[in-house]
Design a binder for this molecule. Structure first.
Ligand code: GLA
Length: 383
């Protein structure tokens, strides 16, 4: 992050001829368990990671904005907050536009700013590069304008930017953990009440992330379809959310929904249970139970929710065989490619890496990327 901050500051000076008044960042995330439960008002257990987005910024006294994106060849965009709603935007600017419009729904009178932005969350890997971008931007604008924004307020705005302006009907997990993560902790989030509880990764264990580097296709349409199927299953039970369903209710209403809708709901209901069980297991440093929950979560994503792909299943099987009940592994994130997450004893990390490097490319023809991560504070977390 320090290197990113230096880069953002250097480019800021180059473009705006002054030191930035503010330099801050927001992290990406890895989800330990609780997949596709957030938009069903359920439970998730993510951690913020040591990859993120940095913004360098200075306030202006008028309503003009200038934004420079380091990761897009220092592309610069100049616009006015008053006419932003009618402006066309594509690529990274569409996120800037969505976030600022979401912010202005609550704070219409914010002042403009000069900003440079850069990040190192791998894009399209299921590690929430876009949520990290949204929360980093919101944090910068909140700081420059002295807005009394809480982490949860910012998360809701980031989600609104996705839902209303980027066309992705995502839940609130990614933005919440980017805003409210804690150093060395994972966060159990109740996505209905937004109640937060923290727990540690057991001592002597590392969180490993392996990017399958499978190019993700149709992600948004498949994602939005899953959400529709979950809502249809809830409606068939006479409910507005799967949070209020039980397995008994689901089985009793099986004939009122399609097979796919039943399977999607089954995943969500069992995943909520697994997430709560894993939180308790982490608190008790009970790795065998974590291992079981992660394995069952993966099988449920593969068989019931149908969001995994063969190279991801291969990686999970490979590591599962190696770790046994002494560690855990599953796909993480929205699905259709992206990353797996593993809880690995520190003493086994090197061997696990070698195993993946020796086998994955041979099997799939794709080179993997491996990260050993630390859990970091969120952008809005008070020190
Ligand atoms: C994406 C979405 C999240 C969540 C996950 C799946 O990351 O942005 O809201 O639904 O997928 O758990």
């Amino acid at each position: 992050m320090e290197q990113l901050a230096q880069n953002a500051t250097a480019v800021f000076k180059e473009f705006f001829d002054a030191e930035p008044a503010y330099v801050g960042n927001a992290p990406g995330r890895v989800n330990l368990i609780g997949e596709h439960t957030d938009y069903n008002d359920g439970f998730v257990l993510p951690a913020a990671i040591n990859f993120g987005t940095v913004v360098a910024a200075s306030p202006r006294s008028d309503r003009s904005m200038s934004v420079v994106a380091l990761d897009f060849d220092n592309e610069r965009s100049d616009f006015d907050l008053d006419t932003l709603a009618d402006a066309e935007a594509s690529s990274w600017m569409s996120y800037v536009r969505g976030v600022l419009l979401a912010l202005m729904e609550q704070y219409p009178d914010i002042k403009g700013a000069e900003l440079t932005v850069t990040g190192n969350v791998p894009q399209g890997a299921g590690l929430s590069s876009s949520a990290s971008f949204e929360i980093a931007l919101l944090k910068a604008m909140a700081s420059l304008n002295n807005l009394p924004l809480s982490g949860a307020d910012a998360a809701k705005m980031g989600q609104l930017a996705e839902n209303k302006y980027a066309g992705c009907n995502c839940g609130i997990m990614d933005q919440m953990i980017s805003a409210c993560g804690a150093k060395d902790r994972a966060l159990l989030l109740d996505c209905r009440s937004l109640e937060t509880k923290y727990t540690s990764v057991p001592a002597d264990f590392s969180v490993m992330i392996i990017n399958s580097n499978v190019k993700r296709g149709l992600v948004e349409s498949e994602y939005n379809l899953r959400r529709e199927q979950c809502e249809a299953a809830a409606a068939a039970m006479g409910l507005t959310s799967l949070r209020d369903a039980s397995l008994e209710l689901l089985n009793a209403a099986k004939d009122k929904m399609s097979t796919k809708e039943y399977q999607r709901a089954l995943h969500v209901l069992t995943e909520n249970e697994r997430t709560l069980t894993m939180f308790d297991a982490l608190n008790a440093s009970d790795i065998a139970t974590c291992s079981k929950m992660m394995a069952e979560s993966h099988a449920s994503m593969r068989d019931d929710f149908e969001i995994t792909v063969p190279p991801i299943d291969y990686l999970v099987e490979l590591l599962n065989g190696f770790l046994g009940t002494g560690g855990g592994v599953r796909m993480t994130g929205g699905g259709f490619g992206g990353c797996i997450v593993a809880l690995v004893a520190d003493a086994k990390v090197e061997e696990a890496k070698e195993l993946v490097l020796e086998n994955y490319e041979k099997e799939t023809g794709i080179a993997p990327s491996i990260f050993v991560c630390s859990a970091e504070a969120g952008a809005f977390t008070q020190a």
